[in-house]
Design a protein around this ligand. Structure first.
Ligand code: ADP
Ligand code: MG
Length: 567
């Protein structure tokens, strides 16, 4: 620390570049400070630092981090503490540009594996970004000393050792994630899709907020008796709630009665949520995918023939490519790509679906002959999908009773309360003869894996490689913009950043022989063995702002890369 102070006083008042001299490692009382990267000027991306405290000093019991789900929960907890604390200090030290900024990647409502904090047997490490202070382009050495040698040590004292983390609250967090883990295991064992605990709060504050709705009348979730199950959890009483089994589940009900809200909660249930979120015990199979129509997206040689055939001009739909997909072809593509990745269940909302993809009634069948209609609607494929491929579906459909014929379970949302109306729906289906003819053919059809070519990935921008996330749903890959708006289960910008890096990795490993799924599996295997840091492009610098995305979102991003080429 003395050495750092000396350097800072030596470079005080010099040009900003002189800050490069402080790169390196320093012993501080109780921890080690590593300055990995120093920014080039006060407006540039901030400098990257690490604060590492030996475990003997931090004093965490091994039960807090031995199991993976607990370790992730602990790392998340520490990241939140630091994000809160750094906010207090940030910009206390004033100057030009980002001078005085101290930041740690801030988690949202989900508990995700992220690179902001690392806990293991040897140490706990927090990755911090700092705006080194300047006046104009001159080094403010005194102020830098204030940040690095007073504020940081204070943070390390206040938000790292066990007793400063509120051990009671950490224990509560551990119990929560243990229970979430137990429900996930329960679903897996049964082969079921989702569990929604009684009392869960599903609606969100607003269309742009992920916080629970608290104003006005909020109706807590309550399972209908016929769909209620009880799950044993390691901490506390068994938890009761509604189960969504494998097969085909229909969510019906009047407009504004909470159908989409229920589906959204299921989408997000692939992640664990923090206490107080309302969706703590809304748990979904980790491989379910929300699919929607997404006209305008690019498609690269996807076999969409199970849904689309006889396109004008005899275009081959077994290797369908387009730079501008329609509503129905984009939705078919999204489904086929998800099947390629081995999804367990499709979540589909009428609000974001192409109507002609979902249904075609008897009258329309009479008017437009099958030979003239390229689309086999989803209704004629959904059973084959479940029976042949083992892929379930949960469908929000307030507009068509035709699906009563194919559904296993029908749930009606009635003023935000789910009612099991399966028997009534089946009775109606039986009493009223359906005029429509089945169009599904004898089987679902083939899911064709694709081999990725390296040439489609060009991270080059000018002379440098550059990939970056521009907000939650946009990536700049070299000079190509990738639009991820269709990936509704991407929840954190740090995931998007990771997706961008992982795409670069895929591009380097693609050889025209390996399937996209095999490539992605390989990458996740490596991440599992070595930690999420491995995808970082910075050698010797910490990647403190990445969070693990699902394989399905990574595949989704690769598939949306407009330059993608497959064999
Ligand atoms: P639908 O898809 O059936 O038309 P939505 O799910 O979009 O309806 O819900 C309509 C509105 O009701 C939304 O503003 C949503 O936030 C609100 N809402 C949903 N569930 C609840 C609930 N349990 N309690 C209170 N408000 C809710
Ligand atoms: Mg809706």
């Amino acid at each position: 620390m003395q050495r750092l102070k000396q350097t800072l006083s030596r470079i005080d008042g010099k040009g900003y570049k002189a800050y490069k001299d402080i790169q390196g490692e320093y012993a501080f009382p109780g921890f080690r400070l590593t300055i990995d990267y120093v920014q080039g000027d006060p407006f540039a991306a901030p400098s990257r630092l690490r604060v590492r405290m030996p475990m003997e000093r931090a004093g965490y019991p091994a039960e807090w981090y031995r199991e993976k789900h607990r370790r992730i929960a602990l790392e998340d907890w520490i990241a939140r503490c630091w994000a809160r604390q750094t906010k207090r200090h940030s910009f206390e030290v004033k100057g030009t540009g980002k001078s005085g900024l101290i930041e740690v990647d801030r988690p949202g409502q989900e508990i995700l594996e992220r690179t902001a904090v690392v806990v293991n047997e040897a140490f706990v490490e927090v990755r911090v970004t700092v705006g080194l202070p300047a006046q104009g382009r001159r080094v403010l050495g005194r102020k830098a000393e204030e940040m690095l040698c007073r504020q940081l040590p204070q943070l390390a004292q206040e938000a790292l050792p066990r007793q400063t983390l509120d051990p009671q609250a950490v224990e509560e967090r551990m119990k929560l994630v243990d229970n979430q883990w137990a429900i996930r295991r329960f679903l897996k064992e049964k082969g079921w899709i989702a569990f929604i605990a009684n009392g869960a709060i599903l609606p969100r504050e607003s269309g742009i907020s992920d916080k629970p709705l608290s104003r006005g009348n909020v109706i807590p979730f309550q399972s209908p008796a016929s769909l209620e199950v009880e799950v044993n959890v390691p901490h506390g009483d068994p938890i009761r709630g509604m189960v969504i089994r494998n097969g085909i589940t229909l969510i019906v009900g009047g407009g504004y009665h909470g159908k989409s809200t229920l589906l959204k909660a299921l989408e997000r249930g692939v992640y664990d949520h923090v206490a107080g979120d309302g969706r703590e015990y809304v748990i979904t199979d980790p491989d379910v995918i929300k699919v929607r129509s997404e006209d305008g997206r690019r498609v690269e040689k996807v076999n969409i023939s199970p849904f689309i055939n006889n396109l004008p001009f005899g275009r081959d739909t077994r290797r369908f490519s387009t730079d501008d997909a329609s509503g129905s072809t984009s939705q078919a593509t999204n489904i086929m790509e998800a099947l390629e990745m081995g999804t367990t269940c499709l979540l589909i909302d009428e609000d974001t679906s192409a109507t002609n993809f979902m249904i075609r009634d008897g009258r329309m069948q009479k008017l437009v002959a099958k030979g003239k209609e390229p689309i086999t609607p989803f209704i004629d494929k959904v059973r084959q999908l479940a029976e042949e491929k083992g892929t379930s579906s949960v469908l929000v459909l307030g507009g068509s009773g035709d699906y009563f014929d194919v559904a296993d379970t029908v749930i009606m949302m009635d003023e935000y309360r789910p009612v099991d109306v399966t028997a009534e729906a089946k009775n109606i289906a039986q009493a009223q003869v359906n005029e429509r003819t089945r169009e599904g053919g004898s089987g679902f059809g083939t899911v064709t894996p694709r081999q990725v070519l390296a040439q489609g990935f060009d991270p080059q921008k000018g002379r440098k490689e550059k990939v970056d996330a521009k907000g939650l749903h946009h990536i700049l890959f070299g000079t190509t913009a990738v639009d991820l708006t269709g990936l509704e289960q991407l929840v954190d910008t740090s995931q998007t950043r990771a997706v961008a890096e992982m795409m670069r990795w895929i591009g380097k490993r693609a050889d025209g022989k390996k399937d996209l799924k095999a490539l992605i599996d390989e990458l996740y295997q490596e991440v599992d063995e070595k930690g999420l840091d491995v995808i970082s492009p910075f050698r010797g610098q910490h990647p403190g702002d990445l969070a693990l995305p699902r394989k399905l979102e990574l595949a989704g991003a690769v598939n949306r890369l407009r330059t993608l080429r497959v064999r």
